[in-house]
Ligand binder design. Structure first.
Ligand code: CMP
Length: 138
């Protein structure tokens, strides 16, 4: 059993597809064991994405992630990190495989509908970043 962090990003929240995206996780066998809606401020977004702070897209990423509320979730299941990434598809919706969340709900690499932890180590850090232990229910 693994846990991973998922964020439904501002574009998907604005498009009213929170439920459709969570349905994909549940249909694939992932269980939502923590969930909250937040409007990230700049400091929280910068801290979350700190490994990207030298990248050219960093400022745009922070602007986008603070533009509207997001839904953060802890997903639990067998191989949850890899399974969530398969369900999301490539970072760029233009190259994401058909039937993936990004292919179906996103339009650009910035507004790409969802974030998912890329490793078990990132998952542990990212879950702790948004959730107290008392807010996770398995
Ligand atoms: P995410 O999985 O949330 O991690 C970092 C985000 O930066 C990524 O999704 C994209 O939305 C965004 N981003 C913008 N440009 C790029 C890029 N060239 N490479 C990777 N990520 C990018």
């Amino acid at each position: 059993m693994e846990r991973t962090l998922s964020i439904i990003k501002p574009d998907a929240v604005s498009k009213n597809v929170i439920g459709k995206i969570i349905q994909r996780f549940e249909d694939a066998g992932l269980k939502v064991v923590g969930l909250k809606m937040l409007h990230l401020n700049k400091d929280v977004a910068k801290g979350f994405y700190k490994e990207h702070n030298e990248r050219a897209f960093f400022a745009d990423l922070i602007k986008f992630m603070t533009s509207n509320p997001v839904v953060v979730q802890v997903l639990e299941g067998e191989s949850a990190v890899r399974l969530n990434r398969q369900l999301m598809g490539d970072t760029d919706p233009q190259t994401a495989a058909e039937g993936t969340i990004r292919s179906d709900f996103a339009k650009s690499i910035d507004a790409n509908a969802v974030h998912g932890s890329d490793s078990l180590e990132s998952a542990a850090r990212e879950i702790e970043y948004f959730f107290d232990k008392s807010e996770i229910f398995s």
